[in-house]
Design a protein around this ligand. Structure first.
Ligand SMILES: C=C(OP(=O)(O)O)C(=O)O
Ligand SMILES: [Mg+2]
Length: 426
């Protein structure tokens, strides 16, 4: 144990992919190993996410600085973790949770806690001479995830005219992860050239997908299907579609209002819209189709569409096992989006994934719209055999870093690991 004893935990402020400050932690072990981890940040954040500590009014970066969070790492977190064995991830995270002492991490900040939690695990993996996915998942870590590649951005992630936040392509017919990524990249290039040819903008949104001005979601889907065909693939066979409505962003006191289209609707009209889209197009998965507090609408949509669609709770579950269990009791959703910074420690993140698995809910490991080049989510997806990952388009380095990490993992796992292909969920 002496080599893996934590000697120090320090932090610094670095920039994320939107040019906003975020926390990077660095752990030093007694045996000389050092490892860093940095945390991402969302734009369409769930109301029930753990607190991301920022410096506040009057501070640098218009109050968005993270010096207080970094100071919490340098001070109390370092003091609490020094002397612990970095290979005991549960003990490290328990120490963080005890030190914070609040349900939503308001004291230390989930950004400070998660950076320390990941850095400890990464240092431990290096000290044990194991890849991070093997350290976290043990011998059963074998499954490469199917990408849900977000190639067309809207909502809070782009300044275009589309209200739905994400239009994703899933290469379910590909024979391997590497081929799946290649297929996706080819469709992405075909989409960009189609848009340019038709005089539309090929500029990209926060997650690297194209962000053209289009009247609505049907037109966006039509472009994706044409891009698949242009690249030589069969929609519905080689590829299926996934969407993230991020509908909490649309919630009003008595219904929903799509801010860009300027249209209002009831929860039932929204559910009917998703049903009709899924009937006409090869859609496999819809995330946050209704609002994070609309439990009744979640129950109704799951009853109506849950047998043919993956219905994913992101803002709804916020990677929180208690909210997931409540959703299960009420028959809401059939999948959970996994974002480690929504909850604040690796242990709680993996607990949510295991709870989902035990109860027949799928897990999709996910990036945030403001990312760093940290590749934890790639290892995490393989560690727990999640089977699906959401990590943006291949036009931005912080997204490509995750795909490239998975390409390395695929090569490392002899025979290319297991590719779930068409059996990727449910
Ligand atoms: C990745 C997402 O966006 P953000 O990070 O802005 O919450 C999402 O909503 O799934
Ligand atoms: Mg989402």
């Amino acid at each position: 144990m002496d080599k893996t004893r934590i000697v120090s935990v320090t932090a610094r402020e670095i920039l994320d992919s939107r040019g906003n400050p975020t926390v990077e932690a660095e752990v030093a072990l007694a045996g000389g190993v050092r490892a860093c981890a940095s945390v991402p940040s969302g734009a369409s954040t769930g109301a029930f996410e753990a607190v991301e500590l920022r410096d506040g009014d009057g501070g640098r970066y218009g109050g968005k600085g993270v010096l207080r969070a970094a100071g919490n790492v340098d001070g109390p977190i370092c003091e609490a973790l020094a002397g612990l064995d970095a290979t005991d991830t549960t003990a490290v995270d328990r120490a963080l949770l005890t030190l914070d002492g609040t349900p939503n991490k308001v004291h230390l900040g989930a950004n400070a806690m998660l950076a320390a939690s990941i850095a400890c695990a990464r240092a431990a993996a290096v000290a044990c001479n194991l890849p991070l996915y093997r350290f976290l998942g043990g011998v059963s870590a074998q499954v490469l995830p199917v990408p849900m590649m977000n190639v067309l951005n809207g909502g809070a992630h782009a300044t275009n005219s589309i209200d739905v936040q994400e239009f994703m392509i899933m290469p379910v017919g590909a024979p391997s992860f590497g081929e799946g990524v290649r297929w996706c990249a080819e469709v992405f290039h075909a989409l960009r050239s189609l848009l340019v040819e038709e005089g539309l903008s090929a500029s990209v949104g926060d997650e690297g997908g194209c962000a053209p001005d289009l009247p609505g979601d049907e037109q966006a889907i039509e472009y994706l299907l044409r891009a698949m065909e242009r690249a030589g693939y069969r929609p519905g066979e080689d590829f299926v579609l996934a969407m993230d409505a991020a509908a909490s962003e649309w919630k009003t006191a008595d219904g929903y209002r799509l801010p860009k289209a300027g249209k209002s609707c009831t929860a039932d009209e929204l559910i009917e819209h998703w049903r009709s889209l899924a009937e006409r197009y090869p859609i496999r998965s819809i995330e946050d189709p209704v609002g994070e507090e609309d439990w009744d609408a979640w129950r109704r949509i799951t009853e109506a569409l849950g047998d043919r669609l993956q219905l994913v709770g992101d803002d709804f579950f916020v990677t929180n096992t208690a909210r997931l269990e409540r959703g299960m009791e009420h028959g809401c959703a059939n999948a959970i989006l996994i974002k480690p910074n929504q909850i604040g420690t690796l242990t709680e993140t993996m607990d949510a994934m295991r709870t989902a698995r035990r109860n027949g809910y799928a897990s999709i490991v996910s990036h945030r719209s403001g990312e760093t080049s940290d590749t934890l989510i790639a290892d995490l997806a393989v560690a727990l055999n999640a089977g699906q990952i959401k990590t943006g388009a291949p036009s931005r380095g912080e997204r490509v870093a995750k795909y490239n990490r998975l390409l390395r993992i695929e090569q490392e796992l002899s025979g290319g690991g297991i590719w779930p292909g068409k059996k990727c969920f449910l």
